[in-house]
Design a protein around this ligand. Structure first.
Ligand code: NAD
Length: 395
């Protein structure tokens, strides 16, 4: 089948297997070019198929030689429809990891459910014994609560009052003003239930109870803060409430892991083009400007560079520093004063006429296509591609 990108709003409903494999190959190539890190040995990554979770898995495996077990929720291929990108990414990752002699196995299912937790624990017991690093990198618009059965939905809205700011349609480059109505109280609660720390805590408790956590285990989850211009829709909005809850959960997990001399961290990461961030209004325009400024200053990083720095300079570096609230910051370059001053200046002037020169809209579009395996110059998109790709060690 010849596969073309089919973009609907902020998602692409097709994915290219060879292009996804290329994206994974490039990330592995980058990590393999860096000095090896004396890091984790056996790693569980929850949300391992795209974005930050995939990059974390690649860094653990190819940067430290770790065995990895990945959990994700992806659509397998059928005769007539491509798989989702995370499926093809995982197939490519496992293939390369196995070729390099590393253990890599995967679970495809709803990480919020008890059955996926049980299945994952069963695999750790039979194949790995215990894990010494648990990465929690889920981003989901919904969750079925495993105890109450309630269907919960997360929304991205401001709290208290409407929020108006610039936004961009990154397909057309049209910059317009958007007003987002504030969330109802129930929407705030549901967003916290989906993207807050309850599920992270359930995972860590289940893993501890099953005795599959090694002495000195590290648990980590990812958060975002960002600049004032996005605060109303992000950090002070519904998703920010969920992130506050996630961050508070780190303290509870620290207590849970204390008998194992374990550690629990939040890493605040940089804003990047991923399937999740493209869905947030205002943020894609901010990211496009940020990309331009950081590329101009030679500071640009993607998910893989961020995660490589997280492992080598933070998590597995004896001199690791955290901020006043105990969080690891790899958004430090994004939040530098000179970077944010330049972003603010461009943001003020931004309109449809100057978006191409005042932002890296082109780079944003290319990275968006790359997420789904499109836009790589060395992939022959006009040729038939076999879409029925298996994940070698899918449990
Ligand atoms: P992403 O959409 O690329 O990845 C989400 C992952 O979660 C995928 O592997 C997906 O399969 C998995 N997933 C979703 N629902 C699932 C379910 N029910 N069961 C099992 N797996 C499921 O997202 P991302 O942008 O990499 O975000 C990962 C984390 O990083 C999030 O906590 C996010 O808030 C945080 N973060 C993102 C950014 C950014 O700019 N993208 C910045 C800082 C922090």
């Amino acid at each position: 089948m010849v596969i073309e990108p089919k973009i609907r709003g902020f998602i692409c409903t097709t994915a290219h297997p060879s292009g996804c494999a290329e994206a994974v190959r490039r990330q592995i190539g980058y990590v393999s070019s860096l000095p090896k890190v004396e890091g984790p040995r056996k790693v569980l990554v929850i949300g391992s198929s795209t974005g930050y979770g995939l990059a974390s898995r690649i860094v653990a495996a190819f940067g430290s030689g770790a065995a990895t077990l990945g959990v994700f929720f992806e659509r397998p291929p059928t005769e007539t429809r491509t798989a989702s990108a995370g499926w093809y990414n995982t197939a490519a990752f496992e293939k390369q990891a196995h070729e390099a002699g590393m253990y890599a196995r995967s679970v495809n299912g709803d990480a919020f459910s008890e059955s996926v937790k049980e299945k994952t624990i069963g695999i750790i017991k039979s194949d790995m014994g215990k894990v010494d690093l648990v990465i929690y990198s889920l981003a989901s618009p919904r969750r079925t609560h495993p105890i109450t059965g309630e269907a919960l939905t997360s929304v991205i809205k401001p709290i208290g009052k409407p929020y108006t700011n610039k936004t961009v349609d990154f397909q057309t480059g049209i910059v317009s003003e958007i007003t987002i109505k504030p969330a109802e109280e129930d929407e705030v609660q549901q967003t916290v239930a989906v993207m807050g720390g309850e599920d992270w805590s359930m995972w860590m408790t289940a893993l501890r109870d099953a005795d599959v956590l090694a002495q000195g285990v590290t648990a980590i989850a990812y958060s975002y803060i960002g600049p004032a211009v996005t605060h109303a829709v992000y950090r002070d909005g519904t998703i920010g409430y969920a992130k506050n809850h996630l961050e508070e959960t780190a303290a509870a997990i620290r207590n849970l892991l204390a008998p194992l001399y374990g550690r629990a961290f939040i890493s605040v990461n940089k804003a990047l083009v991923t399937q999740s961030s493209s869905a947030i209004p205002v943020v894609p325009l901010y990211i496009s400007i940020l990309y331009k400024v950081m590329k101009d200053k030679g500071l640009h990083e993607g998910c893989i560079e961020q995660m490589a720095r997280l492992f080598s300079e933070r998590l597995y570096n004896a001199g690791m520093e955290t901020d006043g609230q105990g969080r690891i910051r790899v958004d430090d370059w994004e939040m530098r004063n000179d970077v944010q001053e330049s972003v603010s200046m461009l943001w003020e002037k931004m309109d449809t006429q100057n978006v191409a020169s005042f932002s890296d809209m082109e780079g944003y579009r290319r990275e968006f296509l790359n997420l789904f395996g499109f836009g790589f110059e060395n992939i022959r998109y006009c040729e038939d591609a076999d879409i029925l790709v298996d994940i070698p060690s899918l449990a």
